[in-house]
Write a protein that binds this ligand. Structure first.
Ligand code: FES
Ligand SMILES: [Fe+2]
Length: 409
């Protein structure tokens, strides 16, 4: 028997004091087709096509300078089955395949840490900043030694503010081109005088497009996040959608909600931050999302693992400013604490629906539909189809329906 859902308190959607933006700010005014079919979320072949065409040519967020501020600090990541280790070599950030040239152990498997010597965890082979071998225990046992063959594979690294990106491509585009017109704004939000406040990883039993589509619409907020958005619901009157090739943005005027607005404004004044009162949600295709407000900034990297699983790396920065008075210190502590807590809570609430949606999609007999609040989902789906295939189902991409007898939508 199904457990009844708890009654949820719904805050009224307040029509705020802002009058200058009471116009129609979404792009569409009729519902939209759900362009992706079930097999786009279930086919191993389509998953491979997406990884090759959408992900591999670009850049992938793996960490931040806030996690690698000292020489020897490192983070690890798994990108499309390639383990990566990124380390601070006396101020220079370098990335390598996290596989030792001796007997192919992972050099280090911790999520992050500090390695005084860049040394493999198994027999202690050491490596230099260029990936060549350093000290090798009992080195004379390996004579004659092919130093070039034993060099670690390195990958291009680039930064946007403190955010560290790695590419697996031989000739990736400049990171500035990949990130596009918001590059400087993002760099400003993820660097001093803001500070790294948290990195957080999560995995999902769902195709990577399910969490992406979730983050691209606010329509689910009243059902999935009845409390954690404190009543904020970016409706049409105070939001702007902008959809461009390779990206889409929601700009939401936080002044609509007087409580949130007043609380944030107070913190902004105490810390000496610039006041914009805007919630910016920006998606760069395929899987990089940033949320920027006056005091908090969040970077989300969504990565496919298999056709039915995906993961998220989240990096949070919080505005600190330069004021050292006790009120500023306490305000920063509170802002950072609630900034971390709320984003994790929201991410966990969202994640609870992903496996159920994946299951539903696999058993679907019709394609679904999208409302105007979900027009950024439509924009994203169109970009996936444009780059990865037509609307039809190529015969070699047909999958066996998850539920026998139910055709795929
Ligand atoms: S596998 Fe790395 S030192 Fe042996
Ligand atoms: Fe959500």
């Amino acid at each position: 028997m199904q457990t009844p859902k708890p009654k949820r308190f719904r805050r009224p959607i307040r029509e705020g004091p802002i009058t200058h933006r009471n116009s129609h700010l979404f792009v569409n005014d009729t519902h939209l087709d759900h362009l992706l079919k079930s097999w786009h979320y279930t086919s191993p072949e389509f998953h491979k096509t997406e990884v090759e065409r959408l992900f591999l040519p670009g850049w992938h967020l793996v960490g931040s300078l806030g996690e690698m501020s000292k020489p020897g600090d490192f983070v690890t990541a798994d990108l499309f089955e390639i383990p990566i280790i990124v380390r601070n070599f006396d101020g220079e950030i370098r990335a390598f395949r996290n596989v030792c040239s001796h007997r192919n152990s992972l050099i280090n498997s911790q999520r992050r840490g500090n390695l005084k010597a860049f040394k493999c965890q198994y027999h202690g082979w050491e490596y230099k900043a260029d990936g060549s071998t350093g000290r090798i225990p009992e080195a004379k046992r390996f004579r004659p030694f092919d130093r070039e063959k034993a060099r670690l594979q390195s990958f291009p690294v680039a930064m946007c503010g403190d955010l560290v990106f790695v590419s697996l491509a031989d000739n990736p585009p400049p990171l500035r081109d990949f990130i596009g017109e918001r590059f400087d704004q993002i760099a400003g939000k993820f660097s001093s005088p803001s500070r790294h406040s948290m990195s957080w990883d999560s995995g999902f039993s769902a195709n990577w497009k399910i969490p992406i589509e979730n983050t691209l619409e606010a329509y689910h907020i009243p059902e999935i996040h009845p409390y954690s958005f404190m009543g904020v619901y970016p409706g049409e009157k105070h939001s702007t959608h902008s959809m461009k090739p390779g990206s889409s943005t929601l700009d939401y005027d936080l002044r609509e909600f007087w409580l949130v607005y007043r609380l944030l404004r107070r913190g902004v004044k105490i810390l000496g931050a610039e006041e914009n009162n805007t919630y910016v949600h920006h998606h760069i295709h395929p899987g990089f999302v940033v949320i920027m407000m006056d005091l908090q900034a969040y970077a989300f990297a969504y990565v496919p693992v298999t056709h039915r699983t995906s993961k998220l790396r989240l990096i949070a920065y919080s505005f600190r400013g330069h004021r050292a008075n006790p009120l500023a210190v306490v305000t920063w502590w509170i802002s950072r604490f609630f900034g971390k807590r709320s984003v994790i809570q929201i991410a966990q609430e969202d994640a609870e629906i992903f496996a159920d949606q994946q299951r539903g999609i696999e058993a679907s007999h019709q394609p679904g539909c999208l409302g105007t609040l979900e027009e950024r989902v439509h924009h994203f789906q169109k970009a996936v189809l444009d780059q990865c295939g037509s609307d039809g189902t190529p015969p070699d991409m047909q999958v066996t329906p998850a539920v026998p007898g139910i055709p795929q939508g």
